[in-house]
Design a protein around this ligand. Sequence first.
Ligand code: URA
Length: 266
Amino acid sequence: MSIDEIKKELASILNAVKTRIEMEKGFGIDTLTLSKPVTECSSRSAKSSTKNKPIEHSTTGKHPGDQTSVTGKGERIQILEALQNEMLVCHKCLLGKTRTHLVFGSGNPEAHLMFVGEAPGRDEDLQGEPFVGRAGQLLTKIIEAIGLKRSDVYIANVLKCRPPGNRNPLPEEIVLCMPYLLKQIEIIQPKVLCALGTFAAQTLLNTKAPVGTLRGRFHDYNGIPMMVTFHPAYLLRNPNDKAKVWEDMKKVRDFLGELSGKDSKR
Ligand code: URA
């Protein structure tokens, strides 16, 4: 190897290290864990390891691209608005009476990546937007750490109305509210879903398995690969697990990167 080639190689390694440190800092991780060598080669192998992992719980054999019912952005916006109007007058459960605002969901109606959380908290109830409180600020960092903006993705919750005092969603509330989330997923047609925490993961996968055993790999939600990871509110209480979420999100980033080359946005 010539001196110039060595210089070039060193520059590219330093660049990769710099990028990674920046991303981890942006996400709130202040200790650097170098479990794999940071080279172009390792990022390729990370990609292929994601690709080769079997997607679990395949139920329909459908793929995201197979969903052809809704296509244009304008059409999606209209259908989402109609769904929101339907939900504004929903009183299937008592939460409609105690909420301040319906928290329908927000983001890019053509997002490749859609996050699903649990239920609105106090800040979300007051503002009518998902993930705007402390957990939401962390979610924004997580999104930015994988090179996206909040406006690139779509964010929704299992429940659209705040459970009083931020109590856990009740099973009957989940059952009654679920059709709305399923409709949102059908309209947005994300390429990848990311379930945040126990309620989103267990509800979408119809399982009682703990989030700790579900996280870190892609499952199948009706043909859509779905990453499960810890909820940002859990991370605020357990910051040591941020590194695990970072690992999960890198798999999502690499998956999106594989789908559309460098540009993982629509
Ligand atoms: N936690 C959630 O699960 N959803 C929100 O919108 C806010 C906090």
